[in-house]
Design a binder for this molecule. Structure first.
Ligand SMILES: O=C(O)[C@@H](O)[C@@H](O)[C@H](O)[C@H](O)CO
Ligand SMILES: [Mg+2]
Length: 403
């Protein structure tokens, strides 16, 4: 089955998405997500200018060979732009292979390892009481796992806390907006938040929290220790992970489980974290970590060390990534949890999909392929709009910090 054509579709149904569509001489098509939030057009150009010309005429069934060809053939290995582009090709080819077999994608990976995919939703509130109400709302909606983020007294804008409650969108301006940060205020506030949530909710539900790279390792150790009585499922991105060894310091101070990896793009970003058992969950997902082919390698390495998966699933990952990730989640033996932030109705209409939510679980559906398509006519009605993620500055002196 030969690849006859491929093209990039950029659209913005409420937020920007980049999608690669591959066509074959047998009439089968496949799509892959290529969205890199705030840097979308770099991946679109990488695909159009440098990848698509190399795909035409190749056998769509040779997923592994094409992966190696694009990875080794670039010479400049790894990096978010390259790996997102490769992921889009890989996802589209798995979609085509599964459609050719007439099977849902999870069957080609090895079949179901579980009945459904446990997800966590996002409860965001402007203060503790508001966040508690949101957590209870998610529990009522059937979620078994809930991430809680709250505004911090004395800080104007905080990661994870949106204007509306259901749809949180941080890429909110055509030049980066500026947030302020105080580690001291955040560290005083966060244990109180979880104490109050457990008081009201009890201990039946999983609770998660995202630190969004803002603490030093020793501060992260302190927070993890303070949160131990509240039994978190995980503390996420406690410190930036460029230096993987930094997690050893956090580990030495707390038994709160650690998750990291939404910004990882290859197995090399987490090799030491996994081999030294410095984390419990690896958060890489299909779109930014080289597609199903490479994510499977990360998960296999992780499984040797009892590290489980927790795929990133924010709204800047398109429904195409979500669909593919759900097939991966249904199969992967060392599954932990899947993040699920709902897309807007506009986005769902542009990307009709087979996956469904019920009682805190997602199900990828059984249609051949990954089960997500793109309505190109509708997509054309939503042109690209530049949108950046914010930057963060320390409140007391304006030093640029991690957002
Ligand atoms: O855990 C998460 O979902 C995040 O940390 C994201 O919201 C992240 O900020 C965005 O994906 C950035 O594009
Ligand atoms: Mg995160």
């Amino acid at each position: 089955m030969k690849i006859t054509n491929a093209r990039v579709i950029v659209c913005s149904p409420g937020r920007n998405f980049v999608t690669l569509k591959i066509e074959t001489d047998e009439g089968l098509t496949g799509i892959g997500d290529a969205t890199l939030n705030g840097r979308e057009l770099s991946v679109a150009a990488y695909l159009t200018e440098h990848v698509i010309p190399c795909l035409i005429g190749r056998d769509a069934h040779q997923i592994e060979d094409i992966w190696q060809y694009l990875y080794k053939g670039a010479y400049w290995r790894r990096g978010p732009v390259t790996m997102t582009a490769i992921a889009a090709v890989d996802t589209a080819l798995w979609d085509i292979k599964a459609k050719a077999a007439g099977q849902p994608l999870y069957q080609l990976l090895g079949g179901k390892s579980r009945t459904g995919v446990m997800v966590y939703g996002h409860a965001n509130g402007s203060d503790i009481e508001h966040t508690v109400d949101e957590v209870l709302r998610y529990a009522d909606a059937g979620y078994k796992a809930i991430r809680a983020q709250s505004g911090v007294p004395g800080l104007e804008k905080v990661y994870g806390v949106g204007k509306g409650t259901l749809f949180y969108e941080p890429a909110d301006a055509d030049l980066p907006s500026e947030h302020d940060w105080s580690t001291e205020k955040y560290l005083r506030h966060t244990p109180k938040l979880f104490e109050r949530i457990r008081d009201k909710l009890g201990f039946e539900h999983h609770l998660l929290h995202d630190v969004h790279h803002r603490l030093t390792p020793i501060e992260a150790g302190r927070l993890g220790k303070a949160l131990e009585p509240f039994n978190l499922f995980w503390m996420e991105d406690a410190t930036p992970a460029e230096n993987q060894e930094a997690f050893r310091l956090i580990r030495q101070h707390t038994t709160t489980p650690l998750a990291v990896g939404e910004i990882f793009n290859s197995i090399w970003d987490c090799k030491e974290l996994i081999e030294n058992q410095l984390i419990d969950y690896v958060r890489a997902t299909v779109v930014h970590a080289g597609g199903i082919t490479h994510l499977r390698r990360i998960a296999d390495l992780a499984s040797l060390y009892q590290v489980r998966t927790g795929c990133h699933g924010a709204t800047d990952l398109s429904p195409v990534c979500m669909g593919a990730a759900l097939h991966f989640d249904l199969w992967v033996p060392n599954f932990g949890i899947q993040e699920y932030m709902r897309h807007t109705e506009e986005t769902d209409a542009v990307f009709p999909h087979a996956y469904t939510f019920d009682q805190g679980m997602l199900y990828p559906g059984d249609v051949p392929g990954h089960g997500v398509e793109i309505d190109e006519v509708l997509a054309a009605k939503y042109p690209y709009k530049r949108a950046y993620l914010p930057v963060n500055r320390l409140q007391h002196d304006g030093t640029l910090w991690n957002w």
